[in-house]
Design a protein around this ligand. Structure first.
Ligand code: ADP
Length: 171
C-alpha cells in the first residue's frame, strides 16, 4: 500500500527518489518551486531542460503533462517537471490539474521511483484556491496509486501553514 504523507517544509530538501516541479511550459525556470529547484539543484537541471526544448518539446511542455530530468545537486534522483493550469474562474481546468498528478506518477513509475514528493501544484503564482487544489491533489493521487505494488510513499510538501491546513482537512 502506498503511504500518503503531508510534510510541512521545502520540497528542495526532500530525500526522495523523485521531486515534482511546478514548472511552466518553457521548462526554463520561474519563481516559486521552480526557482527553488533550479537554484538548489544547480545548472545540470537547466541544461537537461534546454535539451528537452531542443528535441521533444520544441514548443514547450503542454499543461497537464510531465517529463523527468536529473535532480542535479538536490538530495533526490530525479526532478519530474509538470505544468499546472492557471486558475480560471470561468473555465473548469480541474481535469488539467488532476492530469499533472496522474502524469507525474506515470513518469515516476517509468523511472522506477518508489518515493515521490509533490508540491501543491498551481496554488502559488497560478492562483488555484488551496482548498480545491488540495482536494484534487489528494483524490487524484489516491485513485492513481490504488493497488500500486511499486510505489511506497507519496509525500506532499507544504510550504506554509495555510497549505498544510488545507491538505490536512482534505485528507
Ligand atoms: P504554480 O505556478 O504552479 O502556482 P508555485 O511554485 O508558484 O507554482 O506554487 C505552488 C505551491 O508551492 C504554492 O502553494 C507555494 O506556496 C508552494 N511553494 C513555493 N516554494 C516552495 C518550496 N520551496 N517547497 C514547497 N512548496 C513551495
Amino acid at each position: 500500500m502506498v503511504m500518503i504523507h503531508l510534510i510541512p517544509g521545502d520540497i528542495t530538501e526532500q530525500s526522495v527518489d523523485a521531486v515534482v516541479n511546478a514548472a511552466n511550459s518553457s521548462l526554463l525556470g520561474g519563481g516559486g518551486v521552480d526557482g527553488a529547484i533550479h537554484r538548489k539543484g544547480g545548472p545540470e537541471i537547466l541544461s537537461e531542460c534546454r535539451a528537452l526544448r531542443a528535441s521533444r518539446y520544441g514548443r514547450g511542455l503542454p499543461t497537464g503533462q510531465a517529463v523527468a530530468t536529473t535532480a542535479g545537486r538536490l538530495p533526490a534522483r530525479w526532478v519530474i517537471h509538470t505544468v499546472g493550469p492557471v486558475w480560471s474562474a470561468t473555465e473548469d481546468r480541474s481535469g488539467q490539474l488532476a492530469s499533472c498528478y496522474r502524469e507525474s506518477l506515470r513518469v515516476a513509475r517509468e523511472l522506477g521511483a518508489r518515493t515521490v514528493a509533490f508540491p501543491a501544484i498551481s496554488t502559488g503564482v497560478y492562483g488555484w484556491p488551496i482548498d480545491d487544489g488540495a482536494r484534487i491533489a489528494l483524490n487524484t493521487v489516491r485513485e492513481e496509486t490504488e493497488g500500486d505494488e511499486e510505489l511506497e510513499e507519496v509525500r506532499f510538501v507544504l510550504f506554509d501553514q495555510r497549505a498544510y491546513d488545507a491538505f490536512t482537512a482534505a485528507l
